[in-house]
Ligand binder design. Structure first.
Ligand code: CTP
Ligand code: MG
Ligand code: K
Length: 180
């Protein structure tokens, strides 16, 4: 019961979890803001690049397609119900996660925080808010049916823990400049 609830919630969010990590690996090149500033501060900063955003989105969508293929097998093994991802839902989760992270960088720069500065809470949930918001816009029926209140509660509690763990791992592996 609890296992299938947690599994369903995390499975549904996987296409939103992976883009940020893929962006860390793929990042570099031209920043989205092209170096532009607003009130003397960078619009977004060097940590938000075209390449990281594009690769992150593509990896998230590709993962959703792979999960769709695996769904019958994994759902049978777990004895629970796991969602599949219509294309519009996959794009909503993956691109929305990237946009949520970009939106948070915009806010951080307005608050005077430099690239890489930690803003607890915002750093761990920005991409969740972005992913769910764009999923609701692009695939409203799917999003409402998939993210039941119990699943949403699991997502809000488990995501920060997962995010902190994967980022600390990426930091220890030398892939990321800060452990958050
Ligand atoms: N990254 C990227 N494009 C994105 C998101 C992330 O290229 N849209 C890459 C960058 O190399 C970035 C790294 O992933 O430095 C880590 O991402 P994140 O922690 O979100 O960025 P920060 O460098 O911490 O910058 P910010 O303070 O703006 O969040
Ligand atoms: Mg960061
Ligand atoms: K971030």
């Amino acid at each position: 019961m609890i296992v299938s609830l947690v599994a369903g919630a995390l499975w549904a969010m996987l296409p939103a979890y992976v883009p940020n990590n893929a962006a860390v690996l793929a990042g570099g090149g031209r920043p989205i803001d092209g170096g532009r500033t607003l009130g003397g501060r960078r619009l977004l900063g060097d940590g938000k690049t075209w390449r990281g955003t594009a690769v992150g989105t593509l990896v998230g969508v590709a993962l959703a397609v792979a999960l769709n293929a695996l769904q019958p097998t994994v759902a049978a093994a777990l004895g629970g119900d796991l969602p599949t991802f219509p294309f519009r839902a996959a794009v909503g989760l993956a691109l929305g996660a990237m946009l949520g992270d970009i939106g948070a960088s915009f806010l951080k720069r307005r608050l005077g925080r430099r690239r890489g500065a930690a803003v607890p809470g915002l750093d761990q949930l920005d991409f969740v808010v972005g992913a769910l918001a764009l999923a609701v816009v692009l695939a409203p029926g799917w999003t409402v049916a998939t993210f039941s209140l119990p699943r949403l509660a699991v997502v809000v509690v488990a995501t920060p823990l997962l995010h902190l763990t994967t980022n600390a791992g990426a930091y220890l592996l030398g892939l990321k400049a800060e452990p958050w």
